[in-house]
Design a protein around this ligand. Structure first.
Ligand code: SAH
Ligand code: SF4
Ligand code: F3S
Length: 448
């Protein structure tokens, strides 16, 4: 067997990659694998046998940052056993905290930012020629090319349409680590999706921090709803999903496209964050709770079966019990099918970081627990409404818990487990829903 050094020399080094954070980061990991694959490097899922370890990091809350430190801390031993091993840290924490990483974690070899993924192979070569770690974190840039990505899954794909964010919600680090909004040309998006579909992809997810801002910066401006409509006319494309939508510029046209076009998923992910007008103002969300409810009313009227999901932050600076209760009230009124709930995490460099915060962590945790309890019950009741109905399920593979069970998703991304044959992976099958849980459904394959 070749030794680590020889594998580098023969350009067959093994790459282990771990991704934290959002779908955009998952997509970026596919780009990292593309650029490393072009050098000849091969992916491995065994960290102990790898020559290059890449952490594609997230900085949105403290927790993923701490996790990263934990993971890298544990690699010290591996690095001692194999001094040729290269540890690379990329993504949003690298962009945000490069100096801290280099100072705290001296056995990290390479730090690279969100704007210079395509330069990673060059950095690896540079690192192998010196005794010091190398760091390249550009302030801004744009190295997205929809052709340059290595996808392992053949039946579904992420396609970014807009990178960065201009919204500056006061709690959020994303605009600082991803830069200003830049839309990808519609012709490139359409071409890319056509190729994916020709290669067997059935479902695509259009990605952006705020997809509704799509096209405003283009030489020939174009709205997100018209892009969505165009994409939906690509022959053979079975399912189109998109995320995330910002309520401040969510348009009725988007709802009209979902209604009109069969292959656009009946799902809207619309982060509310808080139900209190005061807190929404402090968060700089630029919409009121009233405006949010108006969008939901319109969506429910036009799309009675549409699944609506959201994100909520608990314990924002200045939030008191009454503000929190207003959030709970809206949750009960809207009845989101799912909610991604977070305790506010102060991020250095954001506006909210310096806002006075008098609520204790213990209290925040208590509110959080209350919120999760209310939401779980609603999620369960909403899922129960689907029992007895028949849906198309895109099969994603075996269930993690039970070998004999397959896992798939409805078009609105609800998880379904059912008995079936693994050969069905990547196919769309008809499934009868037999039982509901808070987070997923159980079903039986329909006889064909
Ligand atoms: N662009 C998307 C998602 C951004 S991050 C949007 O605007 O919705 C995903 C979610 O993380 C956010 O919706 C928010 O609920 C949460 N989040 C972001 N910053 C946070 C912070 N500092 N503390 C806790 N949750 C945060
Ligand atoms: Fe962050 Fe707000 Fe931008 Fe979403 S819209 S990425 S929450 S700043
Ligand atoms: Fe995290 Fe960066 Fe995404 S901070 S949520 S990985 S854009």
């Amino acid at each position: 067997m070749l030794k680590n050094k020889e594998r580098f020399e023969k350009n067959t080094a093994k790459v282990y990659i771990q991704t934290f954070g959002c779908q955009m980061n998952e997509y970026d990991s596919e780009r990292i694998l593309y650029f490393l694959g072009k050098e000849g490097y091969v992916r491995t899922f065994n960290i102990e046998k790898s020559d290059i370890i890449v952490f594609n990091t997230c900085s949105v809350r403290e927790k993923p940052v701490n996790k990263l430190y934990g993971h890298i801390g544990r690699l010290k031993k591996l690095k001692k056993l194999n001094p040729q091993l290269l540890i690379c840290v990329g993504g949003c924490t690298a962009q945000n905290l490069k100096d801290k990483i280099l100072k705290d974690l001296p056995y990290v070899d390479i730090v690279f930012g969100t704007h210079n993924i395509s330069e990673l192979p060059e950095l690896i070569k540079r690192r192998r020629l010196t005794n010091n770690s190398v760091c390249l974190v550009r302030e801004s840039g744009f190295d997205y090319d929809l052709e340059k990505v290595k996808r392992d899954i053949k039946f579904k794909a992420y396609v970014p349409i807009i990178i960065g964010c201009n919204n500056y919600c006061s709690y959020c680090i994303v605009p600082y680590v991803r830069g200003r909004e830049r839309s990808i040309l519609p012709t490139n998006i359409i071409e890319c999706i056509k190729k994916l579909v020709a290669g067997g992809v059935l479902e695509i997810t259009l990605l952006g921090q705020n997809v509704n801002s799509y096209g405003k910066d283009l030489h020939e401006p174009m709205s997100f709803s018209s892009l969505l409509d165009k994409v939906s006319h690509i022959e053979g494309l079975k399912r189109i999903r998109f995320m995330t939508s910002h309520p401040k510029d969510f348009s009725e046209e988007i709802i009209n496209v979902i209604k009109k076009r069969e292959n656009v998923a009946n799902h809207i992910h619309l982060p509310l964050q808080s139900g209190s007008e005061k807190i929404l103002g402090l968060m700089n969300r630029k919409y009121t709770a009233y405006e949010f409810l108006k969008i939901i009313d319109f969506a429910r009227k036009e799309l009675p079966d549409c699944l609506i999901t959201t994100d909520i932050i608990v314990g924002f600076p200045g939030e008191d019990r009454n503000d929190f209760l207003e959030t709970l009230n809206i949750m009960r009124e809207v009845r989101f099918s799912r909610a991604f709930t977070f305790i506010y995490s102060p991020r250095k460099g954001t506006k909210a970081y310096s806002m006075a915060d008098s609520i204790t962590m213990q209290e925040k945790k208590e509110w959080f627990r209350e919120l999760v309890e209310v939401q779980n019950k609603i999620s369960y009741e909403e899922n129960k409404k689907l029992v007895g109905k028949k849906f198309e399920v895109l099969v994603e593979g075996k269930s993690k818990k039970d070998e004999g069970i397959l896992m798939g998703r409805l078009e609105n991304s609800t998880l379904v487990n059912f008995k079936g044959n693994e050969d069905s992976t990547g196919k769309i099958l008809q499934v009868n829903i037999t039982k509901a849980k808070s987070f997923y459904l159980l079903g039986d394959l329909c006889a064909t």
